[in-house]
Design a protein around this ligand. Sequence first.
Ligand code: NAI
Length: 601
Amino acid sequence: MSSSDGKLRYDGRVAVVTGAGAGLGREYALLFAERGAKVVVNDLGGTHSGEGASQRAADIVVEEIRAAGGEAVADYNSVIDGAKVIETAVKAFGRVDILVNNAGILRDRSLVKTSEQDWNLVNDVHLKGSFKCTQAAFPYMKKQNYGRIIMTSSNSGIYGNFGQANYSAAKMGLVGLANTVAIEGARNNVLCNVIVPTAASRMTDGILPDFLFNELKPKLIAPVVAYLCHESCEDNGSYIESAAGWATKVHTVRGKGSVLRPSLDDPVTVEYVRDVWSKVTDMSQAKHLNAIAEASGTLLEVLEKLKEGGAGGADVVEDTFEFNSRELITYALGIGASVKNDKDMRFLYENDSDFSPIPSFFVLPGLLLAMSTDKLISKALPNTQVDFSNILHGEQYLEIVDELPTSGTLLTSGKVFDVMDKGSGAVVVTNTESFDESGRLLVRNQSSTFVVGAGKFGGKKEPIAGVVPLQPAPNRQPDASVQYATSEDQAALYRLSGDRNPLHIDPQMALLAGFKQPILHGLCTLGYSVRAVLSQYAGNDAALFKAVKVRFSGPVIPGQSLRIDMWKQGSRINFRTVVVETGKEVISGAYVDLKSAPAKL
Ligand code: NAI
């Protein structure tokens, strides 16, 4: 309802405002009346600590309303007798549309000094009083299919305040009461919201500093409450904090949490709780839940995952990965970017106007998580000793999901997705997802790791759906080839990006793993190959890159040269990478997907 000048009106509505003889309640009552509502001005008229009673407070406000041409009646009952308050409204005006539970008192004492009487009276006036008035008004509102109810909470409840144990408890109780009233009334258009005010009043006189007191006029909050009570406002179950001509919604959030045991058959131990405590208390991916069903939904999911055990859920591991321009540049140097090439400056100089990550950098968070042998891979093969000497990187898939930042902390979560028995070894496929601080999914990685000697456990040979397939190169001459020389120090440099497997630098470890000398990281060769595709088909614009899939089919010795042969098939660039000196293929079945097909070769 609004008047011809666009003002929101309450004509025909009956508003009950409790504790309306002073402070905030008085302002609510005056505003409702000014906008056409018939108002019940309830006030017991006692002291601020709830002693005594007087009709004066309510009478003065009723007179004020009438003098301004409005309609109002006084009600002198305590809100604890809620039925009587509502009866006044029904007797005088025949209905009740709006109920603002506002009456309140204070009995501030430190916890130890709070008497049972102080506890009871404060809780009775605020919590029980709001319950009683609401309970009495509810049937009328439901029957007429219209109602707007306000509960009054306080920052003292939400955040706590020294000396207000009784008051804080009551005020937080009102939030809980509102949550349920909002649910029970929703079907009948009976909506319930919470106001969290800060205002100058008898209640805060002497508590708030003078300079604040003068600025915190209750009049500045009344329009917020009035709007929440208008028929055009459809909020339900909102908590609105308001003061000094400002308002905001407040809500609860819940973190992502952590499971506390490996599977349904395992007990929860104090030590396990300690070990995952940082995850239990991590709020970086916190979310607001709209309904209790969402909360129980997550619990059911957790139980499902625990039931699946193994690869299913409890083995989801997480890790954080911090980076800034230093890591991006170290990586770019590690895969051969050079200041000799103008177009590489954007990968090497943080002040370059196009400074951006080489997208393949984002294989790192996934890889580091997947390769931390004590985490994912060894869990998938509990009977095998998995260490650096018996694992080989088999395949890699990287997909960029959202715009890539040039610095930040990523949260990566990963799980074993598939395990295959290849006889001479096992293939463990891990899926990881990396999110930024705001919970935005940035990249997905899928790594296949070959664990030498871990086969013959009676497992299946073929991958399950969801393991990203390779794609053989077309049967024609390559459309383009790019050649890069690597340096003898290439692996030593690439190690600085995080993969410190000694196989790539320590001759003894290389021998142990079956190589004559240290070999280059497969992912370093992947980086060279992605650079080749970007420079050939994307003008080195990293933003055009979408995904890459490769199979590592042979080793590269640092110092050898790489030739990347490419075939353009629309927005997909198939490629293979060959060691120039030997002619041997080291990456096969590979492709890069660009966001759109390049305009020309
Ligand atoms: P106030 O003391 O000026 O007004 C409260 C009114 O409630 C008084 O007129 C009082 O006579 C009446 N009342 C007390 N017990 C009653 C009962 N049993 N039945 C009927 N009426 C009763 O206080 P103010 O500041 O206007 O507070 C209004 C509400 O806002 C209260 O619920 C208070 O807890 C809440 N609040 C106020 C804040 C502030 O900064 N002023 C901060 C947070 C919450």
